[in-house]
Design a binder for this molecule. Structure first.
Ligand SMILES: [Zn+2]
Length: 501
């Protein structure tokens, strides 16, 4: 699907109405940048996380998982650079006291790229262009930079120390690097991944779930021998595959043009491991129903590079509010391990069996996946207002869909209800199913279409005679009859795409 008619605010309203996402603490007016996932939303979110984890961690030899704490020793953040470098610039109106993120304010008012501008540059742009408060036209000034970490007190009274809610999941991977390596008998190259919450005190959360203050990430650090960043088994098989690509040079032009590039070309701008993991991320979205036209890979500009990265690419999605990052992929080099060695005085080098030498591993690739952002990608991609049905339809890939099947008795007759409930209970043991007996059959189809249930099963009077039911495809509305005893297997095949209606 490729339906961009729904705006982000309409999507937020739709998500609330259908039980996907609610503003957090809404009965008290909410809290900007925080959301709660409702019954259907949490199923969608779990599917996304599980499918991603399966593909990138569980099924992969040499990738280990970690579930670290949200609050940790504050020196972790000293070593990582977050205490000293993780800032946003704030602009404040002297009259109405409105606070704005400087980069966004400049981008919105002047329509230029303001990423990575220094305090001095920001001040001079504001002065030069005579920029004023968009709300009251008052004069504005650039404030002291604001650290994006949420701080908190750990312990009581004099003993208490200040620590922080983690702003990313990557650091506990580095801090636990030795523990994991020693206990898991890993050999280079290998990966360590973590899925979980992270927190950033964003000045201006915006675009619904896109920029929030509490979010989930899946980050994977891929460690290689420093001399082998370009030795990738299987790279030959994927290197010719092409993708929408926006290069650094294009972004420096007046009218940047997206072009097709091969993963080999991308590897030439970063490294082969980085290109390989970008390929896997891109393929994962495409295999779960995201059209390739709505995906692209963008190379970071030099000034955008984070303090730890030497090359960085994003997988972007074409949202109604523009192309935006969903997965980042940085070459972090040896930066983090070296920083932690310096701060902790613990040697974080390992013995490499192949070269028979001690090395500090090199992070050639760090795919960093934003769960809420992916959640939005799947929703926007799936959403369609179907004129003919006069109803919203979510065309989720069956594996992504919260419920896999809806089960209905044609009408509320005890003999039909009995068969339908039996089927529902049996199917619901294998995958999330939804039983519905209220309203017309058309209304029940519509309800399932709206939350993206790919298949609906109806028990009618013929079912009592021939032990068959009707199964309907959400997208084509095509219906076929299936034997009740074959349903479970047939549904399993339909969900996995091994069969069609
Ligand atoms: Zn103002």
């Amino acid at each position: 699907m490729n339906n961009k008619e729904i705006s982000v605010s309409d999507m937020a309203a739709f998500c609330k109405k259908k039980g996907f996402v609610y503003p957090s603490g809404e009965i008290y007016g909410g809290l900007s940048g925080f959301f709660d996932f409702g019954p259907v939303g949490l199923m969608l979110k779990r599917n996304i996380k599980e499918l991603y984890w399966d593909e990138f961690v569980r099924k992969r030899q040499g990738v280990a998982g970690l579930d670290g704490s949200l609050i940790t020793a504050p020196r972790v953040w000293k070593a990582s650079g977050h205490l000293d470098n993780f800032f946003d610039h704030l602009i404040v109106c002297s009259k109405c006291k409105t606070k704005m993120k400087a980069e966004e304010f400049i981008e919105d008012t002047l329509n230029i790229d303001a990423d990575g501008l220094s305090e001095k540059e920001l001040k001079s742009i504001i002065k030069e262009k005579g920029l004023r408060c968009p709300k009251c036209k008052g004069s504005i000034k650039v404030e002291k930079p604001l650290n994006l970490m949420f701080s908190t007190e750990v312990g009581a009274g004099k003993e208490s120390i200040t620590s922080y809610l983690r702003p990313e999941t990557a650091q506990s991977i580095f801090a636990n690097f030795k523990n994991i390596f020693d206990s898991q008998r890993l050999k280079l190259p290998f990966g360590i991944a973590q899925m979980g919450k992270a927190f950033r005190n964003e000045i201006s959360p915006r675009n619904f779930l896109f920029r929030v203050r509490e979010f989930e990430q899946v980050e994977l650090e891929f460690f290689v021998h420093p001399d082998k960043v370009n030795e990738v088994d299987g790279f030959e098989d994927i290197k010719r595959e092409k993708v929408n690509f926006l290069s650094r040079e294009e972004q420096n032009k007046d009218k940047p043009k997206m072009k097709k590039a091969s993963f080999n070309e991308i590897a030439g701008r970063g490294n082969k491991w980085q290109a390989y993991w970008l390929y896997l991320g891109y393929k994962w979205f495409a295999e779960h129903g995201i059209s390739r036209e709505n995906l692209r890979i963008r190379e970071h500009l030099e000034k955008e590079l984070a303090h730890y990265a030497t090359a960085c690419f994003d997988i972007d999605y074409r949202f109604p509010f523009g192309w935006k990052e969903v997965v980042g992929n940085a070459d972090r080099g040896q930066y983090d391990l070296k920083q932690h060695m310096k701060e902790s005085n613990v040697k974080l080098e390992i013995f490499d069996e192949v070269s028979k030498s001690k090395v500090i591993p090199y992070v050639a690739s760090e795919p960093s996946f934003g769960v809420e952002r992916a959640f939005l990608v799947f929703l926007f991609e799936a959403f369609e207002f179907d004129e003919e049905r006069e109803n919203n339809v979510l065309h989720f890939h069956p594996k992504i869909a919260p419920y896999k099947v809806g089960v209905f008795p044609l009408i509320k007759k005890p003999e039909l209800i009995k068969v339908a409930k039996d089927i529902f209970e049996r199917l619901n043991k294998s995958f999330p199913s939804y039983y519905d007996e209220s309203g017309t059959i058309g209304r029940r189809y519509s309800r399932q279409d709206e939350i993206g249930t790919p298949f609906c099963i109806t028990v009618d009077f013929d079912s009592l005679k021939d032990n068959s039911v009707t199964i309907r495809d959400r997208d084509t509305k095509k219906q076929i009859r299936l034997k009740i005893k074959e349903l479970e297997e047939a549904c399993q095949e339909l969900i996995e795409g091994r069969r069609e209606i």
